[in-house]
Design a protein around this ligand. Structure first.
Ligand code: PEP
Length: 253
C-alpha cells in the first residue's frame, strides 16, 4: 500500500533571538501566507518563550502556526525557570521542539530526557518536533546512521503518531555553519529514519513528517526540500527575516 506524502512543514526556530520588535517579521509571514494558494506548506514560527503570547495574538485566525523551543517533562511544580507543555499549549502554541542539539549540548539533555519531554508534549496535546543528528566526528567516522537510529530509539516515546510527532534531522555540524550534507547524504539519512519509523510505529510511521535542518537558506531550499522523505525544513538563522523565510517556503510553490 502506498501512502500519500504528508503535508510539508516549514518551521522557523528563532532560538534566543527576538524582542517585541521582531513580531513585525512574523506579521509579514502571516500576511504572505494569507495570499498563498493551495499547495503551500504548513508554516510555523517557534519564538523564544517571551514572545509566545504576543506571537499568538499576531497569528490568531491566520495560517501561521506557533511552536515553543523546549518544555519541562512535568506539568507543573518546583522547577524555577522552566515552562511545561501545558503552559505552552495555554499560549495557543500547537507544537514544541524537543532535543535540539543546542539543548542537548548546553543543558546535557540525554535521549531519555528528550523522550520524557516528547511524551509531555503529547500529554498536553502538542506536536513534538524531536531533533536528532550527528556530530562532524561521527559523520567522518561513518557512524551517522547508527547514531541517528540510537537517538530515535531513545528519544521517541511509545505515544508517537503521525499527527503528534515530527522528526527533525539536523546534523550538528551543519547548524549555523553554512555547511550542508550532500543531497545524497540527506536522502540516505532520511530513508533510514523513515525505515525506523515505519518499522516501529506501524501503520502511522509512513506519515510522520521528517524535516531537514541545518543551514537551510533560499539558495539551497528547493534542492533539499525536493529530496525523498524530506517533508519540510527546520530553519534557524534564515527564519529571522521574513523575506528569507518566505523565499524558503516558496520552494513549495
Ligand atoms: C537549527 O538550529 O534548528 C537550525 C537549523 O539552524 P540554522 O538554520 O541556522 O543552521
Amino acid at each position: 500500500m502506498t501512502t500519500a506524502p504528508p503535508r510539508p512543514l516549514v518551521a522557523g526556530n528563532w532560538k534566543m533571538n527576538g524582542l517585541a520588535s521582531a513580531l513585525a517579521e512574523a506579521a509579514t509571514v502571516r500576511d504572505a501566507l494569507g495570499r498563498a494558494g493551495a499547495g503551500a506548506p504548513e508554516v510555523m514560527i517557534c519564538p523564544p518563550a517571551t514572545l509566545l503570547a504576543p506571537l499568538a495574538a499576531v497569528a490568531q485566525g491566520s495560517a501561521l502556526a506557533m511552536g515553543a523551543q523546549d518544555c519541562h517533562a512535568s506539568a507543573s511544580g518546583a522547577h524555577t525557570g522552566d515552562i511545561s507543555a501545558e503552559m505552552i499549549k495555554d499560549t495557543g502554541a500547537t507544537a514544541v521542539i524537543v532535543g535540539h542539539s543546542e539543548r542537548r549540548a548546553d543543558h546535557g539533555e540525554l535521549d531519555r530526557v528528550v523522550r520524557a519531554k516528547a511524551a509531555a508534549a503529547h500529554r498536553a496535546g502538542l506536536t513534538a518536533i524531536v531533533c536528532i543528528g550527528e556530530t562532524k566526528g561521527e559523520r567522518l567516522a561513518g557512524l551517522t546512521l547508527g547514531v541517528v537510529d540510537r537517538q530515535l530509539a531513545g528519544s521517541l516515546p511509545e505515544t508517537v503518531t503521525a499527527a503528534n510527532t515530527v522528526v527533525a534531522y539536523e546534523p550538528i555540524w551543519a547548524i549555523g555553519t553554512g555547511l550542508t550534507p550532500s543531497p545524497e547524504d540527506v536522502a540516505e539519512v532520511h530513508q533510514a529514519i523513515r525505515a525506523h519509523l515505519t518499522q516501529r510505529f506501524s501503520p502511522s510511521g509512513g506519515g510522520i513528517r521528517i524535516l531537514y535542518g541545518g543551514s537551510v537558506k533560499p539558495a539551497n531550499a528547493r534542492e533539499l526540500l525536493s529530496l525523498p522523505n524530506v517533508n519540510g525544513a527546520l530553519v534557524g538563522g534564515a527564519s529571522l527575516k521574513a523575506d528569507d523565510f518566505l523565499a524558503i517556503i516558496a520552494a513549495y510553490v
